[in-house]
Design a protein around this ligand. Sequence first.
Ligand SMILES: [Zn+2]
Length: 141
Amino acid sequence: MQRKTRRLILFYPDNYPTMEIRGIKGEILDLLMELGRESHPHEFVGLLCGNCGVIDEFNLLPGSEGREESATLLLDMIPLGLSPAGSVHSHPNGVLYPSDQDLSFFPRVGRCHLIVGAPYLQESWRAFRTDGRAYPLDVVG
Ligand SMILES: [Zn+2]
């Protein structure tokens, strides 16, 4: 069962929306900061989905409990049929850069990856491309 799930996830690139993600809704960002604060000192992991080039949906992956490796392990929990624009997770240590674990995880779930970190203020986040380069993301509406 687990192997089958993994294989299906590899098909996601065919389903990706062709439109480039260029922004994220402010209310989603607020929600992510709130989750960061609530989860602290543990990490949370979630998926971001978008419409018309703007991230407007967030799905918390169940069972995410504060370890850097958790992001990779939780790939099996991605609901089938969901084609995420990218991922989000928190760094309770406040370091707003992807770890080696993150860089191996990013290419598997979409193109745009957010890291939010302590102290979870308005500016406590960064967006990255799958290769770890900065992703220019506007906060909208
Ligand atoms: Zn990380």
